[in-house]
Design a protein around this ligand. Structure first.
Ligand code: MLC
Length: 500
């Protein structure tokens, strides 16, 4: 399993750097193993049993990583949470998951203490100073692994994804899922022990955690972590430290390309530059070839599955395509109405099966059942087609979803927040195309009679209730919303009028 691979790397080269926090501490494989083991004992001493949910709303730091690995070691369920969630959103995740522990940044203590005390399942909220040495906190515990057998079917992580019609749901990712994913990526992308990864992604999503960080640790490679993405810093580092691997979302690649400003910067020494979490625009694919002398490798995944499809490491990386199924992954294009497979070159729903596909949604048997076809394939909600030679191309979404900067935003969630504003009589949230962000969240609002709030007031209202990336970038006031016979807002029409 994935954890066994890390343990083997610790034995094979204990002194090698596993993780370097750029501008901060270096952590060897031996230190990572020891700190993880001590943290596992610490969690046990706090009363954490297999299956208990351990939540972390922390920046990119060693405590986050060791809590993640330690929770998995003892069969607990790790629940990573975006530090940008305001208390109202955080409360929902903790309550829904029935989290027993929350680890949060010390700076959040005042804002979260009262909320966490109101959650009956939450035994304790532990506030930590992410910069203080984590080893101090766990130094009193044994450095040997906790010997609790962990089964591949046990849940390792719970990752919240929003829904088109409901509040966010916790996707249950098992140890077997993680292992299947990482082994597939290891062979498809040729991960090597001498790889050097520049990690500039958030660490609480599949992309940054499972694809990038797990990938490096599983290979026994070194991951160098930046706390945030900054295009100038990343471009300098890629050249000066000669990384072999970098992974990003299209918005990051757009900024790196803009940073190069048309000059030729040779990155051809890099082994692997990937793009994912949103579709890669063609001009960026070609722009990278011209500016950096590299061909981006585009791949396709989702929270519920990790990675599904990828362009090849060797062979044709096809512009506009997300490639072919990874080893162990089965992918098909099916008619979304009947779930019957469609011929090549016909657009239908992308459906996936394999050992990497999640176990279901936490406490949501009906939603889990709806996510799968009768013959067990996962309905991704993404539309696409497959070429005769096996390359998949995404063509849109069957679901009402906006992707902005590689983050999924579900319009109904934003609409719910907007409707709690007294001045909003009706609203529809749409995604408008944007060169940098892919799409921007735009709210079209019909005001209550006599109301005259400013767009900034509306945005501030959303930001109090939702993470900043979900808040509308633009607010358009309208006299009415175009509606269909069923009374539903016609978003396709709105996109035509409200997106400039
Ligand atoms: C930040 N903002 C966003 C945003 N990110 N708004 C919309 N969409 C986003 N993705 C907000 C900020 O809060 C800020 O608001 C304003 O936009 C400008 O911020 P910024 O400083 O320019 O943004 P930055 O912090 O640089 O973030 C941009 C980014 C980041 C691209 C680096 O969004 C990012 O790291 N994206 C990657 C997301 C990711 O990892 N996705 C993987 C999901 S897993 P204000 O109001 O304060 O000015 C998955 C599966 C798979 O999808 O296949 O990978």
């Amino acid at each position: 399993m994935f954890l066994d691979a890390i343990a083997a790397n610790c034995r094979a080269h204990p002194q090698k750097t596993a993780i370097l926090f750029l501008g901060g501490e270096a952590v060897s494989y031996a230190q990572l193993a020891q700190t993880t083991n001590r943290t596992a004992h610490y969690l046990r001493a706090l009363g954490i049993d297999p299956g208990d949910r351990v939540a972390a709303q922390l920046p990119k730091c060693l405590p986050f990583i060791t809590l993640h690995l330690a929770a998995m070691q003892i069969g607990a369920v790790f629940l990573p949470l975006n530090p940008g969630y305001p208390p109202a959103e955080l409360r929902y995740f903790l309550a829904d998951a029935g989290a027993r522990l929350l680890f949060a940044d010390r700076t959040k203590q005042a804002a979260l203490t009262e909320m966490s005390a109101s959650l009956p399942a939450l035994q304790e909220a532990i506030f930590i100073d992410a910069d203080a040495p984590w080893s101090d906190r766990v130094s009193g515990y044994s450095a040997n692994p906790v010997s609790l057998p962990v089964d591949p079917d046990q849940t390792a992580m719970m990752l919240y994804t929003s829904g088109t019609t409901s509040r966010p749901k916790g996707a249950l990712i098992t140890h077997g899922n993680l292992t299947a994913n990482i082994e597939a990526l290891h062979s498809a992308w040729g991960w090597r022990a001498d790889d050097l990864l520049l990690h500039a992604l958030p660490i609480f999503h599949v992309h940054g955690l499972v694809v990038a960080l797990h990938g490096a640790l599983h290979a026994g490679a070194t991951a160098e972590l930046l706390p945030d993405f900054d295009a100038a810093a990343v471009l300098d580092l890629l050249q000066s430290r000669r990384y072999s691997v970098f992974m990003g979302v299209p918005t990051m690649h757009r900024r790196l390309y803009a940073q190069a400003a048309g000059t030729r910067i040779d990155l051809s020494f890099m082994r692997l530059l990937t793009s994912g979490s949103d579709r890669l625009p063609d001009d960026l694919f070609f722009g990278y070839q011209r500016s950096f002398g590299v061909t981006l490798l585009e791949r396709y995944g989702m929270t519920e599955t990790g990675m599904n499809l990828s362009n090849p490491l060797h062979g044709e990386r096809r512009v506009g395509s997300v490639g072919m199924p990874l080893p162990g992954v089965r992918a098909r294009i099916a008619d979304p109405a009947t779930d019957l497979p469609l011929p090549d070159d016909v657009v239908g729903e992308v459906q996936i099966s394999g050992a990497h596909v999640f176990a279901g949604y936490w406490n949501q048997p009906e939603k889990t059942a709806r996510a799968f076809t009768e013959d067990g394939w996962l309905r991704t909600g993404d539309l696409g087609s497959r070429s005769r030679d096996g390359y998949f191309t995404l063509k849109g979404r069957a679901k009402d979803l906006i992707i902005s900067g590689g983050l999924n935003v579900y319009p109904p969630e934003v609409e719910l927040a907007l409707m709690t504003h007294a001045d909003v009589a009706a609203c529809a949230v749409i995604g408008c195309p944007d060169a940098e962000w892919g799409e921007l969240v735009v709210a079209v609002i019909v005001l209550a009679p006599g109301a005259a709030p400013t767009a900034d007031e509306i945005r501030a209202h959303c930001r109090d209730r939702l993470a900043a990336y979900k808040a509308p970038r633009r607010v358009v006031f309208a006299a009415e919303l175009p509606r269909n016979a069923l009374g539903k807002a016609q978003k396709a029409l709105l996109r035509g009028t409200a997106c400039e």
